[in-house]
Design a protein around this ligand. Structure first.
Ligand SMILES: C[S@@+](CC[C@H](N)C(=O)[O-])C[C@H]1O[C@@H](n2cnc3c(N)ncnc32)[C@H](O)[C@@H]1O
Length: 362
């Protein structure tokens, strides 16, 4: 008779400690996918529990959970698991979708052959010599960056990209919390955005590189929003991203590249003879947002329609969308004039086997 004994599932903590040495030691080898998935899930859950404990002033539990997290490799182990997910064998570089969309949208951005390039040998690095009205090559701000060698980096030489993460895995990646990264200062008198926020401009005396004034044409936020442990924290991150976009839109307007919001295309001199969009006004300022698919397909509190309402309130319109079994990809264009307003945690999709992912805008 076949045994009816069910195989006991090992607790994640046991699995992690058994693997701990392989996580702590830097290695080029990706972690097994099952372990990566469990590690990522357990990291998110523990972080959420730490936050809940802190909210209840239960510092003992928060401290215990924090040390459990640290003993199992902490953020570094989580990042290693995420890098493993990004490996080409697992088809995991989400930025490939953005590259496809850039090509589809006929953006006139030359690709540098070497994503590590500083741009000095790239034709059409900072100016498009065929178009006297062309703006400098667009600038990327990537929040939550694990590597400077993903597909999208070929579009942005080093001088045109700012990559950041809470924990930097590469000298080019700033160790920086986006929530304290200064919103570019100037040009003066930003138009009203419908977004209320506190202390978002660069403080006097803060180091202000070129980007500080020029701002960013596209912000990439791939699998970062779901890392933020609270619904209100996610809303705050989206609001902050919108302030960066508002700065860029205002700057574009000042640089006399009129944006025609009525039909989703740029007007004036932004298209050249071959129909490509040299200034990128039909696309930029933009946000590339990637979420695990269940956050929008199986959450009690978030649907794609609801996400779209939140984004519209912040001044965004949807340009592109792709849903794969694992991930939801979006390209949003910031057009301003957000309706503002608040979004609470409201049950939209009842059901037993749903998750609780939510975004709250206060
Ligand atoms: C799952 S990884 C995503 C990596 C990559 N973008 C991708 O698509 O695979 C999430 C990363 O976001 C980073 N992160 C989370 N919140 C952040 C913040 N406020 N500022 C900067 N980085 C943040 C984490 O440190 C982590 O490395």
């Amino acid at each position: 008779m076949p045994s009816t004994k069910r195989k006991k599932r090992k607790p994640t903590s046991t699995l992690l400690s058994r693997r701990q040495s392989s996580i702590a030691i830097p290695s080029d080898k990706p972690l097994p996918s099952k372990l990566s998935r469990r590690l990522i899930r357990s990291h998110h859950t523990t972080q959420k529990r730490i936050h809940q404990a802190l909210q209840q002033n239960d510092t003992a539990t928060a401290t215990a959970l924090t040390s459990t997290l640290a003993s199992t490799g902490g953020l570094a182990a989580y990042q290693r698991a995420s890098v493993s997910g990004q490996s080409s064998k697992r088809g995991g570089d989400s930025s490939k979708v953005l590259v496809d969309w850039f090509l589809e949208l006929n953006l006139n951005i030359n690709v540098s052959h070497n994503p590590q390039s500083d741009g000095s040998t790239t034709a059409n690095n900072n100016t498009n010599t065929n178009d006297e009205h062309a703006r400098p090559r667009p600038r990327l701000l990537e929040i939550g960056c694990l590597s400077p060698s993903n597909a999208i980096h070929a579009f942005f030489p080093r001088t045109r990209r700012t990559l950041m993460d809470l924990n930097s895995l590469h000298p080019e990646i700033l160790k920086q919390d986006f929530m304290t990264f200064p919103v570019p200062a100037g040009p003066p008198a930003l138009p009203p955005t419908g977004i209320t926020s506190t202390s978002n401009t660069a403080a006097a005396g803060e180091v202000c590189e070129e980007a500080c004034e020029e701002g960013y044409d596209i912000i990439s936020c791939s699998l970062v929003l779901n890392y933020v442990p609270t619904p209100a924290g996610r809303g705050d991150m989206l609001k902050r991203i919108a302030r960066f976009a508002a700065h860029n839109l205002h700057r574009r307007t000042l640089h006399q590249q009129p944006v025609d919001n009525s039909n989703g295309t740029s007007s004036g001199n932004t298209t050249n003879g071959n129909g490509s969009d040299s200034g990128g006004n039909a696309v930029f300022p933009a946000l590339f947002l990637v979420l695990p698919a269940p956050c929008v397909t199986n959450s009690r509190y978030l649907t794609e329609d609801h996400l779209q309402r939140i984004m519209a309130s912040l001044g965004y319109e949807l340009l592109r969308r792709k849903l794969s079994p694992k991930l939801a990809y979006y390209l949003w264009r910031y057009v301003g004039n957000g309706t503002g307003g608040t979004f609470k945690k409201v049950e939209l999709r009842p059901g037993g086997k749903r998750n609780n992912f939510a975004i709250v805008v206060e």
